[in-house]
Design a protein around this ligand. Structure first.
Ligand code: NAD
Ligand code: ZN
Length: 350
């Protein structure tokens, strides 16, 4: 079968022919419906260097944001229906530690000893005709469209987890949230904030078309520039934003995020950016402003994200590509030319 392979650091992926896999005990073989192209993949093949994260050492199939139809069950698997559509929870931890047993494989206590981080992150991913996932990582989609659902497993789950943890800061009248970076994650983030809170959502991006998309979703936008922080503070009545979500994560956006935060606000950095640093200083930090980073989310939260999708509260903005054109999608992502999310559909749209 055809698969998009991570073949080396600082090396563009390749479309190769590999063997169709067979599910082992506890695993399920899925015929891939959709595989989203996440900016983190660009970090893996373009920015990571040998030795930085051995779990991402080549070679493996990319794609950690997947949906598909169950095709074959490995030994001992029960409760998965052949032919039914599922969303894949990508992180794969040891499965038995405290974090994994509460469905938070992202913070597996045995991560240091694991040879991979997840499906498409060390293990072969979904940019292929078929993918294997542990049965416990599958969330049933029912009648919901699996192709548009594919981005939910990262571009939906990651902002959902970040926003859910920040909800106490947005609970009440007159609250404001700031979203920096309106790509795959940020545009879903705006929708989650609108659905879960009554906060005014302020949004910013370098691309005018990304800001226009956020406005359509009900956000107030503020362009970049020297007076950006002043404009954001003005919209918040001078207070600053109660919760800030940075889906870019470069030094400059972390600085903007912290300068825009309210006293006792919460700043969540989700973007992995350029690995540059941010200088924290007492005198320029709003009192009790929390600065945290978050990584992906839990299995249970992914069920909740799917519930929101089924209820029409989240609709990822998707552009589809065939598997043959997958490298074109990654190139467009590298060039900043994707609006919303690029999703690879190896078996076409149904
Ligand atoms: P994307 O390429 O789809 O979107 C990024 C958006 O940010 C684009 O619209 C771009 O125009 C905008 N942008 C870039 N630089 C900017 C700047 N300086 N100021 C304002 N806007 C800017 O990317 P994505 O797939 O949505 O991923 C976003 C980030 O989140 C990436 O760094 C990715 O690696 C990271 N990520 C983190 C996690 C996690 O668990 N922490 C999970 C998935 C993705
Ligand atoms: Zn674990």
């Amino acid at each position: 079968m055809k698969a998009v392979r991570h073949v080396g650091y600082k090396t563009f992926p390749e479309l190769k022919d590999i063997e169709k896999p067979t599910p082992g005990p506890g695993e399920v073989l899925l015929k891939v419906a959709g595989a989203g192209a996440c900016h983190s993949d660009v970090a893996v093949f373009n920015e990571f260097e040998e030795g930085l994260n051995p779990k991402m050492d080549p070679e493996f199939t990319l794609g950690h944001e997947n949906s598909g139809w169950a095709e074959e069950l490995g030994e001992g698997v029960k409760g998965i229906e052949i032919g039914a559509a599922y969303l894949v929870y990508g992180p794969v931890g040891c499965g038995v530690c405290r974090a994994c047993t509460r469905g938070q494989d992202t913070y597996c206590e045995n991560a240091a000893d694991m040879p991979y981080s997840g499906v498409g992150l060390g293990l072969d991913g979904g940019m292929a005709e078929y993918v294997i996932a542990p049965a416990r990582n599958l969330i049933p989609l029912g009648d919901a469209d699996p192709i548009n659902a594919a981005p939910l497993s990262d571009a939906g789950l990651t902002p959902y987890h970040a926003i859910k943890l920040a909800l106490p800061h947005l609970n009440g009248g007159g609250k404001t949230a700031l979203v920096i970076g309106l790509g795959g994650l940020g545009l879903v983030g705006v929708q989650i904030l609108k659905a879960l809170t009554g906060a005014t959502v302020i949004a910013t991006d370098m691309k005018p078309e990304a800001m226009a998309a956020a406005e359509e979703l009900g956000a107030v936008t503020v362009p970049g520039g020297e007076d950006q922080v002043a404009k954001i503070r003005e919209i918040t009545g001078g207070k600053g934003a109660d919760a800030v979500f940075d889906f870019v994560g470069v030094g400059a956006t972390v600085k903007t995020a912290m300068q825009s935060a309210a006293v006792q606000g919460r700043v969540t950095i989700v973007g992995i950016g350029d690995l540059s640093t941010y200088d924290w200083a007492f005198m320029t930090t709003p009192y009790e402003a929390e600065l945290v980073n978050t990584y992906w989310g839990t299995v249970e939260e992914l069920h909740e994200v799917v519930d929101m999708y089924k209820a029409g509260q989240i609709k990822p903005q998707v552009t589809t590509y065939s598997l043959d054109d997958a490298l074109e999608a990654y190139q467009a992502l590298v060039d900043g030319k994707i609006a919303g999310r690029a999703v690879i559909v190896p078996h076409g749209e149904k």
